[in-house]
Design a protein around this ligand. Structure first.
Ligand code: PPS
Length: 301
């Protein structure tokens, strides 16, 4: 019987067989440009948010933040910033990306070690957003049960948790995914930026300024005075995006409904789902796998 998702270890990370063709095509055929921006995440750690923020920042001359016709008001971020593996390379034909205007912005869940050399060797920027594994796990588990075929039974919290702690989760193990980008950002801070979901939530404007500077589109003092940083944060906020018509209906990633991308967006919601022994088990995994790396999470309580 079906209890847990069927995923396989491929190039040292876990994925579904249907994703492999597109991943290989992306690795073989993509040619990066110096002005490209590549946003990377493990699923459910803030991908949709980061896509919205980077799009709004890098395109704000073409699409001013306060304009009533801003694309983010009528399009889901995953349509404006496509995933390499779910959209760009997921078709039978190779895409023609040469005519796309700069800056081209793409997303990927692929771990750092599996990114094509062209991305690592060009001047393009990589931004990674990392979320604490407790909330990421809960968000993944709830999402999985929402989008799985109705004919299949729900995956239990216990089964999903065992897989997560063993590393068997899409694009994981999560610790290897995080450490790959964490170490890359320490080695090449001008190339790879490492953001944390919890920090971004705590002080969004400060992180937007850092992100804009890193991407090469720093906010001017004039913009700051005119409230552009704050306006941009509001445009991309969970509260704003969740209520947009396009995000209440419609589909962006494969056959998933956009509304499933917006749930609670809280830090620490995991306490409502995980038992004390689960908390202990996952804490132990974090200590074992991330201890000594310098990568830590601020999570209540
Ligand atoms: S995906 O499928 O990997 O692209 O999903 P991802 O966007 O990474 O993760 C979904 C979680 O992010 C929350 N979310 C947001 N947080 C802050 N700001 C904005 N704008 C935003 N949009 C989505 C979303 O609610 C999911 O987290 P949970 O904890 O499940 O609510």
């Amino acid at each position: 019987g079906w209890r847990t998702p069927h995923i396989y270890l491929f190039q040292d990370f876990w994925c579904q067989p249907r994703e492999i063709q597109a991943i290989l095509s992306f690795q073989r055929h993509f040619k990066a440009r110096d002005l490209d921006i590549v946003l990377t995440t493990i699923p459910k750690s803030g991908t949709t948010w980061l896509k919205a923020l980077a799009f709004a920042i890098a395109n704000r001359r073409r699409f001013p933040v306060f304009e009533k016709t801003h694309p983010l008001l009528t399009s889901n971020p995953h349509d404006l910033v496509p995933f390499f593996e779910y959209k760009v390379y997921a078709r039978n034909e190779l895409p023609d990306l040469s005519s796309l205007p700069d800056p081209r912005i793409f997303g990927s869940h692929i771990p750092f070690h599996a990114l094509p050399e062209t991305i690592k060797n060009s001047g393009c920027k990589i931004v990674y957003i990392c979320r604490n594994p407790f909330d990421t796990f809960v968000s993944q588990w709830i999402f999985l049960n929402k989008v799985k075929p109705k004919s299949l039974p729900d995956v239990s919290l216990e089964d999903a948790f065992e897989m997560f702690c063993n590393g068997a989760v899409g694009f994981g193990p999560f610790w290897a995914h995080m450490l790959g980008y964490w170490n890359a950002s320490l080695e090449k801070p001008e190339k790879v930026m490492f953001l944390k979901y919890e920090d971004m939530k705590e002080d969004t404007p400060a992180h937007l300024k850092k992100l804009a500077l890193f991407l090469g589109y720093p906010f001017t003092l004039e913009e700051e005075k005119a409230g552009v940083v704050k306006g941009l944060a509001e445009l991309c906020s969970f509260e704003k995006m969740k209520e947009l018509e396009v995000n209440k209906s419609g589909q962006s990633i494969m056959n998933f409904e956009n509304k499933n991308l917006f749930r609670k967006a809280e830090v620490g919601d995991w306490v409502n789902h995980l038992s004390l022994s689960m908390e202990e088990q996952l804490s132990k995994v974090l200590e074992e796998k991330l201890g000594g790396s310098g990568l830590q999470f601020k999570i209540p309580p």
